[in-house]
Design a protein around this ligand. Structure first.
Ligand SMILES: *Cc1c(COP(=O)(O)O)cnc(C)c1O
Length: 423
């Protein structure tokens, strides 16, 4: 499509957008009595208008039924989490038995590493991305130390090359190959939180398996954003949070994927809790852990129902819209952002913005990260003052993520227009 950097053109795209009405299902934060241009759905997705009623239902049942709500609530709490695999399996491309909703993201990352990072004297290394999200770095560091190893020796970070911002796929694949006898686990993000780079999950998985390593992913910035086919790509495990692209509320309950080939493997170690115990006999409360033969076997605690109610409200919207339509609009939105930023650069005397997110369609999701070559803070402040919510990362990067569920092409145009005025 040939884009134009005009309001009329943006409005025309909105008119043609077959999922434009989904925006009305969300509360849009306000600024001076008007809708903000909310471009931080990669940090905290917006609240569906339906969320309150879903939570209120559980509050009512708790008020009216007390403990009996476990069995007699409208959505009984005992099996509450069982509604999610059906919905999430479509979002992450999994079988239902491979998906579980539980805990928080970093907790799940630890639990999965307990199962899938089993270093031996020969095979003990972890290959990960340099500058992964800090929580992931700390999780990896503490896991390595937990096994009595030291970080410098056991962890290999794949970095961008000198003068580049993103990591070349060939460098990832070569690092795996070069460490083929010592790598135990390859652990990557699906989408880098800083640059917005989408990694080639399928190729990284294949390369890891070829050398005999296991492979897992943190999909915090990928789930609900990019196309995922975890089962077919043969990914060993993955985890994600629900409050970014999944719109399920601050600190909301998280999710995990464990490939079918592992879920009944009795040799895998795990940290266990009663909610992972075989359902038929759980309440006999006997000694000796017998896991549920699905990803649910990794659960520890009984379900946080209020948080799950918010998750349910959000996922019902995903069901309604369908991932195909989201992917289609996402691609149009992010190419419109790139077009507008290029247009701004071209019309100014010197380049103001360097786009560090890859432009290749397979390496970009919702997020576009901009390295501000001049006036960065000034531009960011102007955006915020005029009701455009973006994200500033030191030293000089602005991240934005137009989200197909609730952002419009007009949002993107307005954002560009403010930058244009300053440049
Ligand atoms: C957002 C994010 C987290 C946050 O972890 P929580 O356990 O949910 O606080 C961790 N890792 C990545 C890659 C993230 O993007």
């Amino acid at each position: 499509m040939i884009y134009q950097n005009t309001l009329a053109f943006a409005k025309n795209l909105d008119e043609q957008d077959e999922i434009k009405d989904f925006r009305t299902k969300f509360f849009i934060p306000q600024h001076n009595g008007r809708d903000t241009v909310y471009l931080t759905g990669n940090s905290l997705g917006l609240q569906p208008k339906s969320t309150a009623a879903y939570i209120q239902q559980e509050l009512n049942d708790w008020a009216n039924l007390g403990v009996e709500g476990h069995f007699h609530a409208k959505n009984p709490w005992m099996p509450y989490h069982e509604i999610f695999p059906k919905q999430l399996s479509k979002i992450v491309g999994a079988l239902e038995e491979e998906v579980v909703v539980m805990n928080q993201l970093t907790v799940n990352l630890h639990l999965l590493m307990v199962s899938f990072y089993q270093p031996t004297a020969q095979r003990y290394k972890i290959i990960c991305e340099a500058k992964a999200f800090p929580s992931d770095q700390y999780a990896i560091e503490s896991q390595v130390r937990f096994h009595g190893l030291n970080y410098e020796d056991a962890v290999i970070e794949v970095e961008p090359r000198e003068g580049e911002h993103t990591i070349r796929e060939e460098d990832i694949l070569n690092t795996i190959e070069q460490n083929k006898d010592s790598v135990a686990l390859v652990l990557f993000g699906g989408v880098n939180y800083y640059t917005g780079q989408v990694f080639n999950i399928k190729n990284i998985t294949e390369a890891s398996h070829k050398v005999g390593a296991l492979v897992g992913f943190d999909f915090a910035h990928a789930t609900g954003n990019i196309n995922l086919q975890l089962h077919n790509w043969n990914v060993d495990f993955a985890c994600w949070c629900s409050y970014k692209y999944l719109n399920s509320g601050p600190g909301g309950v998280a999710g995990a994927f464990i490939h079918q080939k592992h879920i009944t493997n009795k040799k895998l170690k795990r940290f266990a809790g009663w909610w992972g115990y075989n359902k038929e006999t759980r309440f006999k409360m006997e000694r000796g852990f017998i896991p549920i033969p699905t990803a649910e076997g990794w659960q520890l605690s009984n379900a946080p129902v209020l948080s799950m109610a918010a998750h349910k409200a959000a996922l019902d919207i995903f069901d309604e819209v369908g991932m195909d339509r989201l992917h289609k609009k996402r691609k149009l939105l992010s190419s419109f952002v790139l077009f507008i930023l290029d247009d701004i650069n071209q019309k100014s005397n010197t380049q103001t913005i360097e786009i560090i997110t890859p432009r290749n369609e397979n390496e970009i999701g919702c997020q576009v990260s901009m390295l501000m070559l001049k006036n960065g803070k000034q531009i960011f402040n102007a955006l915020m003052q005029q009701g455009v919510i973006a994200d500033w990362r030191e030293p000089n990067v602005i991240r934005i993520a137009p989200v197909p569920l609730y952002n419009s092409f007009e949002d993107v145009w307005k954002f560009g227009d403010i930058i244009k005025q300053i440049v």
